[in-house]
Write a protein that binds this ligand. Structure first.
Ligand SMILES: *Cc1c(COP(=O)(O)O)cnc(C)c1O
Length: 394
């Protein structure tokens, strides 16, 4: 509709006004809130001396995650990046493998691949989800892939393609049924980078259930936080055992002897962080509701504006709306930076999408399909203030 000419010329000030009508005054992009039992639980850790990697809160936190996500097993770790790194090791990603990841993601997705000695292979996004496009990936893998000794080999590089990582962008899930089918067809394990999608369901089932293994982040800017933290989720009990072993220094259980049967990682989440997490998770449903209400208010506020639209969840999703998104019409993309400057000057913290992984120096020469949709999204997207409880529920 924006390009019909019936609508007035786009004025970036209307965007500032719309946001101001919704949130009232200056607002951060995403702030944590500690109004539950955080202080009690953290104090309990300090009072009892159980602050590090042993202590009851870590297991309680994992149990709460199992309950809230419906995924069979949860292994809490130090951060989301460590969770992703572990996921990739667990599905067998190794030196000189390629791993398909979206070009449009946070740097940690690509970094976790590089930590394995593997090479990110960039894939394009779908305009409806902002995440991996299953049909485009299917066509690309059919085109570029060759099956050889039970493996999928990239004909262009002669390297094995070892896995696919999808990312649920700003809390909106990709089309998981379609993606799982594509991964199965090409014999590739799917890892969900669900760092941003705690509280998000796809067709009624929580994200993190569809990958062979999945990673969630509890960094300070995520929907709930443990200060720093992450979790590995899986429905496979054997993978869960291996995940626990890998992330707890691969120490063999023994009353006094320290022995390790492989190179392990000191990735276990400390008890004091898990204590914070338990208090935060107690309020997750309430936080998701508050964020969905904020998104609904934005949706209303932007409904009448030309030149820009508020991004809403795909039909199959109930999203947590971790970071709210507006998309400028293509014709207005050149005003993105002016608008970012106006918004930030007015105290409404806003930012563009991440610079695409395919454009970052360490990966600039890396393998990729056509990523023009991701490039187009990058040109037009702005994240606007998204903290829960920015609006009053009444
Ligand atoms: C936050 C985030 C991570 C990493 O999480 P940390 O806990 O900060 O290490 C990974 N992937 C995505 C998409 C993220 O947004």
């Amino acid at each position: 509709m924006g390009a019909t000419g019936l609508i007035q010329a786009f004025d970036p000030r209307c965007v500032v006004d719309a946001i101001s009508r919704v949130v009232g005054g200056p607002a951060a992009l995403h702030e944590p809130r500690f109004v539950g039992r955080e202080w009690d639980y953290v104090k309990e850790c300090i009072d009892t001396g159980w602050i590090s990697t042993a202590g009851k809160f870590v297991e309680r936190f994992e149990d709460m995650l199992v309950e809230q996500t419906g995924v069979g097993h949860a292994i809490a770790v130090v951060n989301g990046t460590a969770a992703l790194h572990s996921c990739l090791m667990l599905v067998g990603v190794g030196q000189d493998d390629e791993v398909v990841i979206p070009a449009l993601t946070f740097a940690a997705t690509a970094a976790a691949v590089a930590y394995c000695g593997a090479i990110p292979h960039f894939a394009d996004s779908c305009p409806n989800t902002l995440g991996l496009d299953p049909a485009k990936l299917d066509a690309w893998l059919s085109d570029v892939g060759r099956r050889q000794d039970g493996k999928l080999v990239n004909r262009l590089t002669e390297r094995r393609i070892a896995a696919v990582v999808c990312m649920h962008t700003y809390g909106h899930p990709v089309d998981l049924d379609a993606l799982v089918e594509v991964c199965n067809r090409h014999g590739l394990p799917l890892v969900e980078d669900a760092a941003e999608s705690l509280g998000t369901t796809y067709k009624g089932r929580h994200t993190g259930n569809y990958g062979v293994v999945s990673a969630v982040s509890f960094n300070g800017n995520k929907i709930v936080t443990t200060g720093g933290g992450g979790v590995i989720l899986t429905n496979d009990p054997d993978l869960a055992r291996r995940a626990k072993h890998l992330t707890t220094t691969a120490k063999l259980p023994h009353r006094w002897e320290f022995s390790h049967d492989m190179v392990g990682y000191n990735y276990r989440m400390p008890n004091i962080n898990a204590a914070l997490g338990c208090a935060q998770l107690e309020r997750l449903p309430e936080i998701v509701e508050a964020k969905r209400l904020l998104a609904a208010r934005y949706d209303q506020a932007f409904a009448g504006l030309g030149g820009v639209r508020f991004f809403t969840e795909p039909g199959f999703a109930r999203s947590n709306y971790w970071l709210n998104v507006i998309l400028l019409d293509r014709a207005q993309a050149d005003k993105r930076d002016t608008l970012l400057e106006m918004l930030n000057d007015a105290g409404y913290m806003s930012r563009p999408a991440w610079v695409l992984m395919s454009r970052l120096p360490p990966y600039a020469e890396g393998p990729r399909m056509d990523v023009s949709v991701a490039e187009d999204i990058y040109d037009r997207l702005i994240n606007i203030p998204s903290s829960p409880f920015l609006v009053d529920p009444r």
